[in-house]
Design a protein around this ligand. Structure first.
Ligand SMILES: [Zn+2]
Length: 247
């Protein structure tokens, strides 16, 4: 803990004085984060560090395996973070960020190792679909390292699907107000891959070509006779929620 305590002192005595105005502005204006990032709790995968974002710029939710439980199954931290980010903060971009060498994904491939960790084992059930995909859709003879990497990549795609089951996300997508991203951080090289929803595969992030997105904003309603109806306003619920955020 010594280095952490030293860090707190350094922040308070050296860093904060130089950033005082920014923090005062964040208190005055409230937070307006650019995106919600759901990332793994792995200490090597720090979203603010990877994106070089400062305070107030990202709304971050981290857990083992960058998992998004389907809306109907669990009422918990991830669900409420999503709902608050979309409804109260008006976030327009949501990122699910996986990474290489993920301990949660290793646990998924080695259930015996989780016998003494029943909560982790239960949590990882939300990634079983990714495990099945790798078992059934990938060649059987791929080496363990490639299998682990494929599992972590497929897990991001599975969690994006779970994300769409959340009512605030489903409505935001239908209104064309949300964009979904699937990222994969390579710890050893610092590279970032992004899921391309059109190609249905990950591609390297290249600044010139723009960032591939998992799902671009595209307003849609399924009812054919009402397809031309202009979208309604944000609705009473989200206006109330925004007021909550502004308090
Ligand atoms: Zn991880």
């Amino acid at each position: 803990m010594d280095s952490i305590i030293q860090g707190i002192s350094t922040f308070r005595d050296t860093v904060f004085p130089g950033q005082r105005r920014m923090y005062e502005r964040l208190v005055r204006d409230g937070q307006h984060p650019k995106a919600l990032i759901i990332a793994c709790a792995d200490s090597r995968v720090a979203p603010e560090h990877i994106t070089q974002a400062g305070p107030g710029e990202l709304f971050v939710c981290r857990n083992a395996g960058n998992i998004v439980p389907p809306s109907s199954q669990v009422t918990g931290g991830v669900s409420s973070a999503i709902e608050y980010a979309v409804m109260a903060l008006g976030v327009r971009d949501i990122v699910v960020c996986g990474h290489s060498d993920c301990g949660a994904m290793k646990g998924l491939t080695n259930p015996e190792a989780l016998e003494a960790m029943p909560n982790v084992a239960a949590w990882l059930r939300h990634s079983h679909a990714a495990d099945r995909i790798v078992h059934e859709a990938y060649p059987h003879d791929i080496d363990p390292a490639s299998r682990l990497r494929a599992l972590a990549l497929e897990n991001v795609v599975v969690q994006l699907a779970n994300l769409r089951t959340h009512p605030s996300v489903a409505a935001g997508l239908a209104r064309g107000r949300l964009r979904l991203h699937g990222w994969f951080f390579e710890i050893g090289t610092g590279d970032l891959l992004a899921y391309d929803g059109d190609q249905r595969r990950f591609a390297p992030f290249a600044e010139e070509g723009g960032m591939p997105v998992a799902e671009a904003p595209a307003p849609r309603v399924a009812a054919p006779d009402l397809a031309g109806t202009p979208p309604r306003g944000a609705g009473a619920a989200s206006e109330g929620a925004r007021a909550l955020a502004a308090e």
